[in-house]
Design a protein around this ligand. Structure first.
Ligand SMILES: [Cu+2]
Length: 472
């Protein structure tokens, strides 16, 4: 457990967290965890991609959302909500080739499938009004006409999304393209997706869920396994980190503060690689890093830790065990991918995020979500600047705004340019209490009704969402 002061330093090093809210440091419920499965006792499950039916012009998948009993903790069975019986499946897609998914809902709750980070037509974006009811099905079309990025699929039905995601319904969706594949970055078995999240288990392996108990989920899972180990070769790996937690931020450190290279974020590759020793990963966010295990000899073990644990929990996330040598033709070029020019803003909007302790609601511009209200009406192809202010100084609550449809760039935080690791395209921006960020964005190609919301899912469920109607 770090002191508040050292966490502040950690935040300062990455340039995002200017202050860590006290509410995240104190007040954790200690001692409720099933006292730690011993860490590093199970191997990481490397996720292999689902196999599509290759049809004329597109890849087709059928995803059945249903309950399943699986082993997450050694020696126990856990009932999860799954896609086709599995936790954390993976879809690999290619720019220019659409993916069509038929979702069959065999759960007893609604499910609205949303491709987070996807540039998706309204009818396939998973608006809660289009939630698929139990026993029903719906076809989703993803055109994949956007640059390569690490995306993920989750529920957006209002009121059941947080629990659906918590109980296992989170899939990763890797979109590749020629530009990315033309770079010498690690590929194939050396390009690994790591879905990070937290969970709370009963003694019998039951997944326990309480919307408001976000500090009581002391078991950290990577690809569904508790604090696993991963046997790696002494060479470079590309690791795609996806935070599918309801509300947990990770502040990640490797070993005793080993250097690694930050190469990508929500919207794909950064303009240039950023050497770093600490990485923040907020709910909904993705970061890609390259770790060169070739720096370490065979036999070395490196623990990935969350330097931001809640009270009473262990910081270990997983361990990398260097077990063999391997050739390494890969490299990280000095230039990765420039950020597109989004033009000059012609519209400015302000969003103030706040908590109402009297009602328990989380609000955007003093209003909770109302499915019958359109909050803003952006014009297609107009460049906008949004100023996002987190007014929750009293409770020190962080918020993470996520507009659908198009990625954005961060113009500034509290008037200062973003850190190099935030210089790429983003789709989720975390703003600490008392702070503000300005983002620039442009909605393109698709008209219709879309959402923007906080990605701390408890906040979202308690109202922190708005609707935008995008028109020509
Ligand atoms: Cu929030």
């Amino acid at each position: 457990m770090l002191t508040r002061r050292s966490m502040l330093r950690a935040g300062a090093a990455t340039g995002v967290l200017a202050a860590v809210p006290a509410s995240l440091v104190v007040g954790g419920r200690s001692g409720t965890a099933r006292a730690a499965e011993s860490p590093f006792s199970v191997p990481l499950k490397v996720i292999t991609p689902l196999k599509p039916a290759r049809l004329a012009g597109h890849d087709f998948y059928r995803l059945t959302t249903r309950e399943a009993d699986v082993t997450l903790l050694p020696g126990t069975r856990t009932r999860i909500r799954s896609f086709n019986g599995a936790m954390s499946p993976l879809i690999v897609a290619r720019r220019g080739r659409p993916v069509v998914i038929e979702q069959v809902n065999s759960l007893d709750v609604p499910f609205a499938m949303h491709l987070h980070g996807g540039h998706t037509p309204e009818s396939s974006d998973g608006h809660p009004k289009n939630a698929v009811q139990p026993g029903e099905r719906r076809v989703f079309r993803y055109p994949n006409e956007q640059r390569a990025a690490t995306l993920w699929i989750h529920d957006h039905s209002h009121h059941s999304h947080a629990e659906n995601i918590y109980r296992g319904l989170a899939a990763t969706y890797l979109l590749t393209d020629d530009v990315e594949e033309g770079l010498p970055l690690p590929k194939g078995q050396y390009d690994v997706t790591l879905q990070l999240r937290d969970a709370k288990f009963g003694a019998d392996g039951t997944l326990e869920w309480d919307l408001h108990d976000f500090e009581g989920r002391h078991t950290l899972l990577v690809n569904g396994s508790p604090r696993p180990y991963f046997e790696v070769a002494a060479r470079k790996y590309r690791l795609r980190l996806v935070n599918t937690s309801n509300e947990r931020p990770f502040l990640l450190q490797l070993g005793d503060g080993e250097e690694f290279t930050h190469i990508g974020t929500d919207g794909g590759l950064l303009p240039a690689p950023v050497p770093t020793r600490m990485l923040q990963l907020w709910p909904g966010e993705r970061h890609e890093i390259v770790v060169d295990f070739g720096r370490y000899g065979v036999g070395r073990k490196l623990v990935l830790t969350n330097t931001y644990p809640y009270e009473g929990e262990a910081p270990e996330v997983m361990r990398f065990d260097v077990v063999r040598t391997a050739a390494d033709p890969s490299g990280v070029p000095d230039a990765l991918r420039p950020v597109p020019d989004l033009g000059t803003s012609s519209v400015e909007r302000e969003f103030t995020l706040s908590f109402n302790p009297r009602t328990g609601e989380h609000l955007i511009n003093d209003k909770p979500f109302d499915i019958d209200r359109v909050d803003i009406r952006p014009r297609l192809d107009a460049t906008e600047t949004w100023k996002i202010t987190n007014a929750d100084t009293q409770f020190g609550i962080p918020h993470s705004l996520h507009p659908h449809l198009d990625a954005f760039r961060i113009l500034d935080r509290n008037g200062k340019p973003p850190a190099a690791g935030e210089a790429g395209l983003k789709d989720t921006v975390t703003v600490m209490a008392g702070e503000s960020a300005r983002i620039q964005l442009k909605f393109t190609d698709h008209e219709g009704l879309y959402m923007y919301h906080c990605h701390m899912l408890g906040h979202l469920q308690m109202g922190m969402m708005g609707q935008m109607h995008i028109t020509r």
